[in-house]
Design a binder for this molecule. Sequence first.
Ligand SMILES: *Cc1c(COP(=O)(O)O)cnc(C)c1O
Length: 358
Amino acid sequence: MTDKILQRLRPELKSLSAYKVASSDGFVKLDAMENPYQWSDQLNQQWCEYLSHAAINRYPDPDPEPLKNSLQHQFGPTHKDIQFLLGNGSDELIQLLVLAIARPHASVLTVSPSFSMYQIISEMLGVPCHSIALDENHELDLAMMLAAIEQHDPALLFLAYPNNPTGNLWSRADVEKIIQTSQGIVVIDEAYGPFASDSFVDDLKQYPHVLLLRTASKLGLAGLRFGWLAGHTELIAELNKLRLPYNINLLTQLTMQFALDNYNVLAQQAATLCKSRAILADTLAAIPNVHVYPSEANFLLFKVYNASANEIFNKLLASKILIKNVSHQPGLADCLRVTVGTETENQAFVNALTAALG
Ligand SMILES: *Cc1c(COP(=O)(O)O)cnc(C)c1O
């Protein structure tokens, strides 16, 4: 009976595995690029008061214009041809984009190492995802990228800017060349925009095939599940047909509006994290047998020498510090990724790392 039922599922499901998240109870949690700061008691009270008026018996606004206007006001671009599409996290928007191009012979192009969801979502929807290795400095391999665009003519190209898990911003000229060469949709994923010194937000109006993807997750609202796409009106209108009605629940809509009305709090936290990032990077650089890579995000990638990343990762776990072991990813042998936390968390991590390196 069960077998018969399971046989009705797409056979490809067998080769997929569910997304696993490490258990973090009782750990200093520096694995998922969450903002370590919470809101003040006063702000929390105002937030609860704001939510208390929610008409939870009603469906939410299916397409909340005021929220989209606030997003556009805060993050831009405020160009008349640019529209926004809201998602239940940017993961949902990545899924919607792959759904939109999924047909025979269509493919996705990205780089490796990069954000795993581009590959995972393409696989689950049966769309081939090609990825081109970054060079040894984690820069784009422009010649290989252009050759892949020529060969596969990808319908969808994902570039995380800054990239996760390497943390760097690529050469802007290389990204521009890729945008100008691509005949498909190019998504610039600026999940780490709040911590970065550059953005493609002002380039959007000039390229009808470019979409900018952003999220509230890294900004301090990972629990909310809210992301958005900005792009040209015609393309956004087509994509919007695939969006499930009411995909942004009422509590998320209200909370995001409240967060934007108090944006200075989030901006201040991001500025603090950028300062902490610089301090942590200097501290790591001074530890023997550690190489830390430049970062424009709220995490640092580092490499260990004279020890294996697996061993260091496990020793940190034993000291109740959870970071991310990325050493199995292509080009990242013996690399680990740590999220920038509070000063206290960063110090606990540095102490445990120093001890682990012995
Ligand atoms: C964390 C991250 C996201 C965020 O995804 P959400 O679903 O919005 O939480 C998107 N892109 C990149 C590159 C990321 O690292």
